[in-house]
Design a protein around this ligand. Structure first.
Ligand code: CA
Length: 453
């Protein structure tokens, strides 16, 4: 097993609060299900002209970034529309709406020179899996994780037919109800996520397993497009949905069902989605990479300021981007989550998506300890077991893909505060009391009851 002591042994001393704004984050920009069309938006705003020293001039001013129209991409959109990319010299950024996660994967494999993308927004650990050729038919396309885009903003929705059955955060009391589906309904309890072996799959697996439900044996858990899933929840053929803003709002508001849990409840301030680019692009354009990162970071700081939220909603809801009514985006950005099924609603911006800092540390900085958790969870469920065999493989992949050093350099050059002092965020605690210590991921696996290893 790998020696994780290379990670700092000290729980990093990190003063959480960058500023008063750090406690007030934006809630998610809501997104509708990705449309089937690619929609490229060129950089039209460069209102902020900041001097870029000649020796800092980026090697290129253009880069093509894919995004999915959900709250996770908000800071990329703000960096474009508010001129933060341009401020640091990246005047030719293109944001390209991706139809779904599989399209994003295929487009980054092609690269922008082939009509695809250089990188963009990812669930985890997609950059690691693409780097290893695991989800690209064996074709290895090395990628670098450069920043985290956001935390939280996701949840687990349940069909309204299960109202009153105890499907809340802790479902131990509902385990018999769920397991009795084959006997009583002639089918297993059916749950969906949007792409296998990444965030939404991990969140709902964790939730089921903590409640004593084996997601590989006791239920059917499938990748299904969001619109199809919601239709299934309406007509009684789909029972649960691991989803993200704005679906939690819509599920309850449209009386499709209720929320069993927000991901904030499962794991407060958990890692969510990331910016990652092809390694060949970054290696050829190190200054442009850092310029892009500076613009993203400034946008993330902007997104966390409460006074900017109304403008954020206005920009992200627009037809070019999420194409949803502003009224659908506003509640998440106010931390306003109705849960349904008799649960108390949340009204706290800190339970939704955050972009720059949160009470546990940096949001933007890509902690290696979080890459480690995603790959440890992959080991737990036996994903990619022929390719990611053990913690030695995990550490090799994390070290190759995570470029927190570039984030750190960019933040220092830009003079930003809130730069973490460790690549580990320290021990993480889940809602059921389970702990993940990045110094001993094997102990985490050993502590779990339902697992494939
Ligand atoms: Ca997500």
């Amino acid at each position: 097993m790998a020696n994780f002591s290379r990670m700092s042994r000290r729980n990093f001393l990190y003063t959480a609060g960058a500023s008063a704004a750090s406690s007030i984050l934006l809630k998610g920009c809501v997104g509708n299900p990705p449309s089937a069309t690619n929609n490229t938006v060129a950089n039209v705003t460069s209102s902020v002209a900041a001097p870029v020293a000649a020796n800092d001039a980026p090697e290129t001013t253009t880069v093509k970034l894919g995004y999915i129209p959900i709250v996770e991409s908000a800071a990329m959109i703000i960096a474009q529309e508010k001129g933060f990319f341009a401020k640091y010299g990246m005047t030719g950024v293109e944001l390209s709406k991706q139809a779904n996660w599989a399209s994003a994967r295929d487009n980054v494999t092609i690269g922008s020179e082939g009509g695809g993308i250089d990188g963009g927004q990812w669930q985890m650990p997609m950059p690691h899996l693409i780097s290893e050729g695991i989800i690209t038919n064996g074709r290895k396309v090395p990628m670098y994780v450069l920043a985290q885009l956001n935390t939280q903003g996701n949840g687990i929705a349940i069909s309204g037919i299960h109202t009153g059955q105890g499907l809340g955060l802790d479902i131990k009391g509902a385990a018999d109800y769920i397991k009795s589906f084959p006997a009583n309904q002639g089918r297993k309890f059916k749950a969906a996520h949007t792409f296998p072996n990444v965030n939404q799959d991990f969140w709902i697996r964790y939730w089921f397993a903590a409640g004593g439900i084996d997601p590989d044996q006791d239920i059917d858990l499938l990748a299904v497009p969001p619109a199809e899933t919601v239709q299934g929840m309406r007509n009684g053929t789909m029972d649960a949905f691991s989803t993200g803003d704005p679906w939690p709002y819509r599920i309850v508001a449209d009386d499709i069902g209720f929320m069993s849990a927000l991901t904030h409840e499962l794991w407060a301030f958990h890692p969510e989605e990331y910016l990652a680019l092809r390694a060949d692009w970054v290696d050829a354009n190190p200054k442009a990479t850092k310029a892009m990162l500076k613009g993203l970071m400034e946008a993330q700081q902007w997104c966390d300021k409460p006074e900017n939220r109304a403008e954020l909603v206005q920009i992200c809801s627009g037809r070019n981007y999420f194409n949803v009514p502003a009224a659908v985006l506003t509640p998440p950005y106010e931390g306003d989550y109705a849960m349904g099924d008799g649960k108390t609603a949340f009204k706290d911006i800190k339970v939704g998506p955050l972009y720059w800092t949160d009470p546990k540390g940096s949001v933007s900085y890509p902690y290696k300890s979080h890459d480690l958790w995603f790959l440890t969870e992959s080991l737990r469920w036996g994903f990619h077991k022929n390719d990611i065999t053990d913690f030695d493989a995990v550490q090799r992949i994390v070290d190759a893909v995570n470029r927190e050093d570039l984030w750190r350099e960019a933040a220092q050059e830009a003079g930003f505060s809130d730069i973490p002092t460790s690549t580990s965020r320290g021990v993480e605690t889940f809602f059921d009391g389970v702990k993940f210590d990045p110094k001993d991921p094997q102990a985490y696996l050993d502590s779990l009851t339902i697992k494939r290893v």
